[in-house]
Design a protein around this ligand. Sequence first.
Ligand code: ZN
Length: 595
Amino acid sequence: MLKYSIYTLISFFAFISWGQTIKYNLKMEKPQNHYFQVEMELNDFPSEEIDVKMPIWAPGSYLAREFAKNVNLVLAYDENGKELAVKKTNKNTWKITKGNAKKVKVNYEVYAFELTVRTSFLDLTHGFVSGSGVFMYVDGFKEKGGTLEVFPYKTFGVITTALKEKGEGVTADVSTVFEFDNYDHLVDCPLEIGNQSVFSFTASGIKHTVAMYSYGNFDVEQLKIDMAKVVEGSTKVFGENPNQDYTFIIHNVVDGQGGLEHSNSTVLSVNRWTYSGPKYSDFLKLVAHEYFHLWNVKRIRPVELGPFNYDEENYTSLLWVMEGFTSYYEKLILMREGIYTPEKFLASMFSSLNYIEGSVGARVQPVSHASFDAWIKAYRPNENSSNTTMSYYSGGSIKAMMLDIMIIEKYNGEKCLDDFMRVLYQKYYKEKNRGFSETEFKDELANFLGQNMDEFYHKYIDGTEIPDYKALFAKIGLDVKYAGQPLPSIGIGMKDSGGKTIVTSVRSGSAAEEAGISVNDEIIGCNGIRADKASLESYFSNLRTGEIIDLLFAREDQLFSTEVKVTTYEQPRFDYEISKATTKNKLYNYWLRIN
Ligand SMILES: [Zn+2]
């Protein structure tokens, strides 16, 4: 009886966990209508009903995008071609009643006409597949591996993806078969399908493939040299590169959208003329940012960010580490590789520092809250965002710099933030192969620095205090001074809209707010004189505190006038000075890698 039960149990587990196979077919029969045709072949799924789901978001981009909105009629068939009942049960779930069918084919079309790094696109020039918006998964079976067969449109000759092709003999003239380990892996490997130009280079012993969609003023040989520097600079931080290969998909377009990180690939969207002049180092900074993510967020990660829940928002208060530390390293790596001078690196960091400390939102929203609320605030900004939010990118990069300096001082120039990143990589990725909790991250920092981090967190991570930058930078011999000055101000932002001057922002607590000016008001005149944006700006730049100005404005075509009593506003800012003593400071030179 016992024996019988064990065998039953074993065969039961074999049945539910190992028997099923999943195969996707991806077609693009008529690219001019912007629809991908997807077929899922599901074999040997045990239950009589299965739920197929479309993710609501794309990992790395923290917004509910509701990809199910792009899905047309979902149909399902059994192995005999008999249609099966499909019922939509919530916004992103379709329930298929399959009965005893051994094989189920699920067919649907996805509208793809949003060319960003996190969404999908198809036209007669190319197709771009961001998997989480194109491929559904079977609820409860995301861990299953399978195959993806891609049938490119007849004029598309190249497929670029980090997915591996399945063994020889499987790929036919009209299609290519790829393998994936599980659903996370499938959607972590976007596909570019078209006639992109492709080149490759080897760096840190790894082959890197670069696919260029559309025209740009790039020089392939120069890119190979500079992108290799970024790869090597990033790899040096951790001492090893976990990938066997890496793929860059680059969209050269009019409006660059930035990048999206994946475990062994990335998608970059840049202006096609970005490859010369001062913009070129911005491009390399983007490359460094996304490449650094292959460690920081794809492998070193909060427990909430992988394996992913595609059904809802995945909240974490650690985006200031994932995005902020990455924003710090993007610049640090460029400096260490000689693409930025130390002066440019410093100027860039102080620009971020002053941007953050000078922002009203940074006094209201701690960096941990900015992280957690990315889904509902950073990714869904409104006219009041400058008063209520701060950037966890810039804010997190300043925290990274603070911690780096604290570590450099503690270890007297023998260790830096790199060494802490290696601890996280070793312990959580290589040994435990899991994400860390917020508490674990804080404890690791405390251990590494040999100090209690409660006060640091209370003031700067969960609080909004301005750090004592003078004392901080004194640790490495850099003179920093507070440079904020009280200035007369009414506290509005404006834009010119077809000759009309429109208010775009009103600072909390400002004179303009007090006088009843709102966003979207059209300012028509000042002190009885008609004024355009340029003359208003000129006038507002010479205000005196206590002065009363009379503003004529329109709201919904109704005219109003109001008296604004000019007040004083002090925007915090910090300046630095590199003295002779600074350049002789061992810790300063270690930080900036100056020999
Ligand atoms: Zn990022």
